[in-house]
Design a protein around this ligand. Structure first.
Ligand code: ZN
Length: 379
């Protein structure tokens, strides 16, 4: 048994500093008063007043540590990306493949399945972002890769068999019945890279889509006569919204307005990170196109945003500083809420008995000091 003491622990009722966290193997046993006799028998660690929060969960990670998942959809790439992001508090992640050929998607799915079987730390499944999207909102995706989601695609997306499958698609180029088929097969469907009308996107929600990918970016905007994908996402009380909080992808005022629209547990932070995160590289190739890190964002030669250069600890800090969100809520936007979105809310995202011991310890400046995945410390 391990006892993590002298920390400000994010419990369900907020930060508490009068309790000790007991772990047994890969699970949390209890958050217990300091005089619990089990503490004396445990291996005791003094966390020196650090914040101790549920480990961060990132549903959108294209790369990290110099590795791009599209370039190298292999088990080793997943391991390297996970290792790079763990330094910034991410203990659960969805390797994300942007629009590519079905053969590449098949290879990525097989690698994620193998990575899950090999228990590579942190990997929770896969996010297939496109190619079933709208060319009008392609962002940095290669238009030559885009295609319709047919029966072959549905079968492929339903084939993971381990972990979670998240698919970003554009509702207006996908039949609603196809979305229902996917969600019936356990696939989590998110609307994104969409030029859909309010009605088209709302219909996707009625057919099982449960989120939107990077709210505001690469989607039809909110306007007064046509509320678009943004209006559909913000008016649907159940839909989860992924947010990139780097101060560049979306103006902080737009994000603050979004947060006022509905319950806080429907917003989740994503990094949309590129290989430059956790690496000293300031350029890389994306499907044959050079991408540069410039002023803290990734852009192509035309200046089009091409993924982000933030890590999750920075996203949490930005959410506190730019959006005036209390730390406990910002931390949940990076843990409990994405866990719920993925259907993992009963085992990940909370510091509570029976939950997997996935944790992050940070100092007052939200610099990550240590992480735990299934009870194993990064130290
Ligand atoms: Zn995207």
């Amino acid at each position: 048994m391990q006892a993590l003491a002298n920390a400000r622990v994010l419990a369900d009722d907020g930060f508490v500093s009068d309790r000790v966290l007991l772990l047994d193997g890969e699970r949390i046993v209890a958050l217990t008063p300091k005089d619990d006799p089990r503490i004396a028998k445990a291996e005791r660690r003094d966390l020196q007043g650090a914040y101790l929060m549920p480990g961060f969960i990132d549903c959108q990670v294209n790369g990290g540590g110099g590795v791009l998942f599209n370039d190298d959809p292999s088990v080793e790439a997943i391991r390297a990306i996970g290792r790079a992001h763990r330094r910034y508090g991410t203990t659960g992640f969805m390797p994300t493949l942007i629009s590519d050929d079905l053969s590449v998607i098949a290879k990525a799915i097989a690698s994620v399945r193998s990575a899950m079987e090999a228990r590579i730390p942190g990997v929770l499944g896969i996010h297939v972002e496109g190619p079933f999207i709208n060319a009008l909102r392609k962002g940095a995706h290669d238009p030559a890769k885009l295609r319709e989601l047919d029966a072959t695609g549905v079968a492929l997306l339903s084939s993971l068999g381990a972990g979670k499958m998240l698919v970003t698609l554009a509702p207006e180029v996908t039949r609603p019945e196809t979305i229902r088929q996917l969600t019936d097969a356990g696939v989590v469907v998110s609307a994104g890279h969409t030029n859909g009308t309010y009605d088209e996107v709302a219909e996707a929600f009625r057919h099982g889509a449960s989120g939107v990918t990077h709210l505001f970016n690469a989607m039809s905007p909110l306007s007064h006569r046509e509320p678009g994908a943004v209006g559909a996402a913000l008016s649907d009380e159940n839909c989860w919204c992924g947010l990139i909080v780097d101060g560049r992808h979306v103006h902080p005022v737009a994000l603050k307005l979004a947060l006022r629209c509905k319950r806080p547990d429907r917003f989740m932070l994503v990094t949309d990170a590129m290989p430059s995160v956790g690496s000293s590289r300031d350029s890389f190739m994306l499907q044959g196109k050079p991408i540069f890190v410039k002023d803290g964002v990734c852009v192509d030669e035309n200046g089009t945003l091409s993924g982000s250069h933030i890590d999750m600890a920075t996203a949490v800090k930005n959410t506190v500083q730019m959006l005036d969100v209390p730390l406990e809520q910002a931390a949940r936007m990076a843990s409990a809420y994405p866990a719920e979105f993925l259907g993992l809310g009963k085992e990940l995202g909370r510091i509570a008995p029976g939950y997997r011991a996935n944790l992050v310890a940070c100092d007052d400046r939200l610099q990550v000091k240590e992480t735990w995945i299934d009870g194993h410390s990064s130290r």
